[in-house]
Every structure is written in C-alpha cells, then in structure tokens.
Design a protein around this ligand. Structure first.
Ligand code: NG1
Ligand code: ZN
Length: 545
C-alpha cells in the first residue's frame, strides 16, 4: 500500500536508536527528550490508526508534565477526550520498541489485529507544551500522521486538558463546546461569571489569587483566560516562564512533595495561592499564616470542598443523585475519614493513575475524583446531567430549588469533564469559595491533614514489587509487607505503603503518622526495608533529620 511505502521512507528520518526500550506507562511515554524523536513519529502513526479504527478524531499531546525541562513525553487522547484505552497502550509499546527494519511488519500486525479499514479518513489533533524540545518533537508527530495519510490539526501551544477538551468538542459535533481556544475560554469564563453572581459583596482582596504557572504552558494560558474574566477574579501570575526554568523549584509537584512554597512568588500571610504543574492538569492551593507556617490544600482538600458544595446543592435542589469521591492510596487518611464519617459520601480507592480514577468515577451519577497531587475533575453521568438540565428549565419549582439547579448547571459548564484541568479546577474552587464566602483558612480547617512524607528508593528492578488492594499492600518481595506492618505498629495513626512508580525508575514510599517527625521516621524505616528487601542500589537511604 502506498502509505506504507511513505512510512518506510519517512521513518528513516526519525530512526530508532538500536536497543532502546521504552514503555507506554501511566502517562504515555516520558523520558529524556533526546530519546524521543522516533517515539513521536511512531505515535503519530499510532494515533492515525486509532483514528481510522474509532472513526473519530484522536489527540496527541507532547509534554512531560511536571518532569524537568530536559525531559519530554507524549500521550494519546481517545475520542471522548479520555486517556487512550489500555488495550491500545500495548500497541504503543510495541511500535516504540520495534527496530527500524520491523516497523512496517508491526504496523501491519496492528492493522490486521484490529481489522482497521485503511481507506477510512483519519484526523488527529496535536498540541505541545513550552519545552524547548517540543516544537521538533511535535513536528515528528505531524510527520508520522502525514506518512500514514492522516489529516492533522496543530493546536500549537496548549495545556494538556485544553487538547482533551478540543478532541471531545470535535467528536461531539460541538455539543461539549467549540473546539477552539476561544470556545474553551468563553465556556469556562461565562460559567464562572454566572456562578460568581451568587457571591455577595466580595472585596478586591477576596477576589485576588496568586498563580504559580510553573514557568510552563499553564502560565501562558491563564494569562489568555484573564481577559475573559473581567473583574470577577484578579490574578497575579508568577513563574510565567519569562525568567525561571520549567518546574524548577516551582509548580504543583514541587509544592506538594516538598510541602513548601515555590520560589519566584512573594506571599503575604493569608494570601490565597495556587500552583499548576508543567502541563496544567494539576493544581494545589496553599497559604502561609501569620506565624509564617505553610499550609497546603492538596487534591484531597479540593475534592472535599467540591463534593460538599455539590452535595449541598443536590439537597437544596431536591435531586436524589448518587455522589462519590474517588481517591488513591496517597489520599490523606484524614480526608478519607472526613468524607466517609462526617460528609457521609461514598469513597472509592483505586490504583494510582488518572485513568483508574476516571473509570471508577464513571460508575456514579456524580463522581468527584482527585489524586492527592491535585489531578482531578468531576464527572456527571448523562442521566444526572439530564435531570439537572430539566430541573433548571422547570418553571414550577420554588426559588431555592431553582437557584440550586442553576448553580449545578453552571458547575457542569465550568468543569472540564475530560480530564483534570488546573484552569477549570481553579475557576470552580474560586467560585465555590466566593459563593460560600469562605477564606482559604476556613477551607483548610474542614479537617486537619495527618502529617505525611513521600520518599523515593532506587532499586535495581522496581518490578520486583507487586502490589494488591489498590496498591495498599505489597505482595512481593516476600517479607516486605510484614516488615512494613511491624514498622507501622510502632507509631500512632500510622499508615504506610510502597509501590513502583509508573513514570520514574524508582520505588515510591508513603507514610503518615500523628506527627511530622513520626511520619518522617516511618517513611525512612520503610525506605530501608525496601532498600534491603527489594534490591536497593546506591547509598542506603539516610534519615531525614
Ligand atoms: P507515579 O510515578 O506512577 O507515582 C505519578 C503520580 C501519579 C500520576 C502520574 C502521572 C504520585 C505519587 N504519582 O505517577 O499520581 O499523576 O505521575 O503524571 O503523585
Ligand atoms: Zn501534568
């Protein structure tokens, strides 16, 4: 076939370094940018096949999210704006690792296995973050699409969630919104301004928010949004990429893991601040108090704020819809306790990785899902959306129900249901705080986080650790879980688990306990157990204090 000839010629321009093996992991491919040219070309091929198979537009996003500037990565977006289906991740890995001379055979195998009609048109949307390697890597994706005869639309610089949004808009023929940046900003900002009307007498201080853009694409895009917001929200944008390095001592991942403010931002006590990650699909909030203490409001606090807001609105609207919060093992124990025992909402725990949370959230009328690191969104089932729309249009209901229904309707519009979206989450959180007349401190006191610590341990092969029970227990290597259990018993309110990272060559250790010292000590002792029992390499983990 003509296209295969073209692939064969073009692939020579994007050669695979012999022997290099990479895997389509929890967030697609992610590694040092100089190893990725062939991967990008091949993901252009894969996206084209996926588009022919689904008869829909597919997305390809070039980004390495919160990783250092030197890295890059790529992830595919399925027709409804969700992550690539797991059954195709294997094809991604196969295509990535097949040696140059076998590329056509591998491609044809996939076509055959999936019974893909190659005469069908293909359409692929491409986007990229602000990394210096992104232009040439996204060009390699475009080359791959072209080689297989697919049509592409290059959105250029966009956040990851913006590209997910475009794909969903395109495949729903505009029902989800208009597949342009202007469409995205106007949908979100209009919903925000409708919601903000329900807030009374806010001072300029209350409307003010500091945003750390991680020196990445989020900073660029939140600035574009600003002009649509009128005076409803006043943003001070820091780490906007004009000086600092991407994700370097700033951004959501840094703030969450280091539990301290980013550099490049001047915070006055009580100022409400938030940090995006490098592709703006994560957000965390924080402030410092009058004593200079730092307070983090992570994905768990965000999930709690959003779910309690929604639950109150459902009550006021008289709608009987099932709402659940989906978390991972990294969720702070206090948040789970609060959600289950005080708020009395259903809580589900899934494996790490947004696709797992997304799927679990789809099982409810309203599924609020957040990773503790700040990646999350809210999903409304079709039925739930229908009931809310119907109620909002009902002229025979009292004012309280009407108001609640309209608030729910605008809440649906402000949310990017395709994936976690820092900009959309930020607008929703700002709207909720405004409507409730709540300060960031009041939000923070809903519950108190248990002190916790996350560490990494280098081992020779992280796959020796296998887990079960949503990653909360290690099945292998033998003796590791028993060792963790014994260590946890030494501390109060303690919990700890370990799992191999899906994005870095490390084992992650998580511990929480009654005090920060105890959480740190437990995390260190568990790290030593991992080092000893799972083949640690390099220096033995050192205590934190
Ligand atoms: P890994 O490296 O598998 O822990 C990290 C995050 C995930 C998810 C992915 C994708 C933690 C502990 N892990 O995965 O939640 O966001 O990156 O970006 O935050
Ligand atoms: Zn990200």
């Amino acid at each position: 076939m003509a296209h295969f000839k073209e692939v064969s010629q073009q692939s020579g321009l994007h050669p695979k370094p012999a022997g290099l093996v990479l895997q389509y992991g929890t967030a697609g491919f992610r590694t040092s940018a100089n190893q990725l040219d062939h991967i990008m070309f091949r993901m252009g091929l894969l996206a084209t096949l996926r588009s022919k198979k689904t008869k829909a537009t597919i997305g390809v996003m070039v980004t390495a999210s919160h990783n250092p500037e030197e890295d890059n990565g790529v992830k595919l977006i399925d027709p409804m704006g969700e992550m690539l289906t797991s059954s195709w991740e294997g094809y991604g890995t196969q295509l990535a690792n097949t040696e140059q001379e076998d590329l056509l055979t591998t491609l044809k195998d996939i076509v055959e296995k999936e019974a893909i009609d190659m005469s069908h048109e293909a359409s692929v949307f491409v986007g990229k973050d602000t990394r210096s390697s992104s232009p040439s890597l996204s060009q390699a994706v475009l080359d791959g699409i072209k080689a297989l005869g697919g049509h592409s639309k290059d959105y250029g610089l966009v956040t990851t969630p913006q590209l997910h949004y475009m794909v969903c808009c395109q495949n729903t023929q505009g029902k989800y919104g208009e597949a342009t940046l202007e469409g995205y900003y106007s949908k979100l900002s209009q919903a925000f301004s409708q919601l903000a009307k329900n807030a009374s007498n806010r001072t300029d201080d209350q409307k003010h928010l500091c945003v750390d853009g991680a020196n990445g694409i989020g900073a660029v895009k939140v600035r574009e949004l600003e002009s649509h917001l009128k005076k409803d929200l006043q943003l001070s944008i820091f780490n906007d990429g004009s000086r600092g390095k991407l994700n370097h001592q700033c951004g959501a991942d840094f703030v969450k893991v280091q539990q301290k403010p980013p550099i490049g931002i001047k915070i006055n006590p009580g100022d409400r601040c938030c940090s995006f990650d490098g592709d703006a699909d994560r957000i965390v909030y924080y402030y410092t108090d009058s004593k200079g203490h730092f307070h983090l409001l992570d994905g768990d606090k965000i999930a709690t704020l959003i779910s309690s807001f929604l639950k109150e609105l459902l009550n006021e609207a008289g709608l009987d819809l099932k709402i659940a919060v989906v978390q991972t093992a990294y969720a702070n124990g206090s948040s789970t306790h609060y959600l289950e025992n005080t708020m009395k909402v259903i809580v589900r725990c899934t494996k790490t990785g947004v696709k797992h949370l997304h799927h679990a959230a789809q099982e409810f009328d309203i599924g609020v899902y957040f990773e503790a690191n700040g990646h999350g969104t809210v999903l409304f089932s079709r039925g739930a959306e229908g009931k809310i729309q119907q109620l909002a249009a009902d002229t025979n209901i009292n004012d309280e129900r009407k108001k609640a229904a309209l608030l729910l309707q605008n809440t649906i519009n402000i949310i990017n249901q395709t994936v976690g979206d820092a900009i959309s989450d930020m607008l929703l959180i700002e709207a909720i705080l405004a409507i409730k007349g709540m300060t960031v401190q009041q939000w923070d006191t809903i519950y108190s986080d248990l002190p916790n610590r996350q560490l990494k341990v280098k081992v020779s092969d992280r796959r020796v650790i296998e887990t079960t029970d949503a990653e909360r227990r290690a099945v292998t290597p033998a003796g590791l879980q028993d060792a963790i259990n014994d260590l946890v018993k030494k501390y109060k309110q303690a919990r700890s688990f370990v799992r191999p990272s899906g994005t870095e060559d490390v084992v992650r250790v998580y511990a929480e306990a009654d005090t920060q010292e105890n959480a740190d000590a437990l995390a260190h002792e568990v790290s030593l157990a991992v080092y000893g029992l799972a083949g640690g390499v390099g220096d033995e983990p050192k205590p934190l204090h």
